[in-house]
Design a protein around this ligand. Structure first.
Ligand code: GYE
Length: 306
């Protein structure tokens, strides 16, 4: 895994704005596209970026943020790996007079005055969209037996994508989640969780709902190795809609990808500039997202940017 970032004092030659960004890690295709978008946007805007990955570990993110405070960066931005446990470090940043922007994932249980804005998708709505697509697709089925592959335990997208899916499921009595486990948003663990589900429920499984594409791709491998056809014997729906998901749709192995855009860099750097210029930012900046059933994959694939 590539790791960047610098130690020591931040140099402010040329009066450039310095942003410290603490990234979750490199767990998924989404995350890699997100990191690229942030680095590119910083370059485009002439902003100096200190970029550090945390291997999906909160302790490491807290350490990184503390080092950004010591280095007196102008703005701290981070994608919180889990939703809770940030109050202390956010207070340290506030005491040092350094503004904090949340990127991609939200936090819970902190006073909103501890951060400037939150830029990211509506994860509850993404979960609802996956469930609505599934309800239309399985209309009239007497049973809809589901395996749910959850994201990182305690992370905002895992909590919210479950919540949104459950909300819609309540109106569809045929929906039944047979098995649910975390695959930590990675392909390897998505595959392992699916193998475990198949070992117990085998051919009774009719649907996989994966909180991200990477886990869905892992599940697809597990289904094939089990001797069933993903996309046909077992429907697969996932969230992110990366190019890898589009490829799987074109191969008939994935049935639907609900979009969550990782291309947050331009909006993030814009927010940094506005904040530095003394402009008020909205507390929430929502990104726009769509749903792509496999029927639309072919026409969309070539223009896909991540
Ligand atoms: O869906 C997943 C990634 O926080 C929205 O994190 C992001 C999620 C994304 O690992 O692929």
């Amino acid at each position: 895994q590539a790791r960047e970032g610098r130690q020591g004092n931040v140099s402010r030659t040329g009066g450039r704005i310095v942003v410290g960004f603490s990234q979750v890690g490199a767990e998924s295709g989404w995350r890699i596209a997100n990191s690229e978008s942030i680095k590119q946007a910083a370059k485009d805007e002439g902003i100096e970026l200190l970029f550090v990955e945390a291997d999906q570990r909160q302790e490491k993110q807290i350490e990184t943020i503390r080092s950004f405070i010591e280095q007196k960066v102008d703005v701290i931005a981070f994608a919180p790996v889990v939703a809770t446990g940030w109050e202390g470090i956010l207070k340290e940043a506030k005491a040092a007079g350094i503004p904090v922007i949340l990127s991609d994932r939200a936090v819970e249980g902190v006073d909103p005055s501890l951060y400037t804005t939150f830029i990211g998708g509506d994860f509850v709505e993404e979960g609802r969209r996956a469930a609505r697509w599934l309800a239309a697709k399985t209309k009239g089925w007497p049973t809809v037996n589901i395996v749910e592959l959850e994201g990182t335990i305690g992370s905002a997208p895992a909590i919210d994508r479950k919540k949104g899916f459950d909300e819609i499921s309540k109106d569809h009595p045929a929906f039944k989640v047979l098995y649910s486990a975390s695959g930590d948003f990675t392909e390897v663990q998505g595959k392992e969780a699916m193998q475990a589900a198949l070992a117990i429920y085998g051919g009774d499984i009719q649907v996989v709902y994966a909180h991200n594409d990477d886990m869905a791709l892992g599940a697809i491998q597990a289904i094939e190795e089990f001797g069933l056809k993903p996309g046909r014997d077992i429907l697969v729906v996932s969230i992110d809609a990366t190019r890898a998901a589009f490829k799987a749709m074109l191969e008939g192995k994935l049935n639907c990808a609900v979009e969550c855009t990782p291309l947050l860099g331009p909006q993030l750097m814009q927010a940094v500039k506005w904040h530095m210029a003394g402009r008020q930012l909205p507390i929430r900046i929502i990104t726009s997202e769509e749903v792509f059933p496999s029927e639309l994959a072919a026409q969309e694939y070539s223009s896909r940017r991540y």
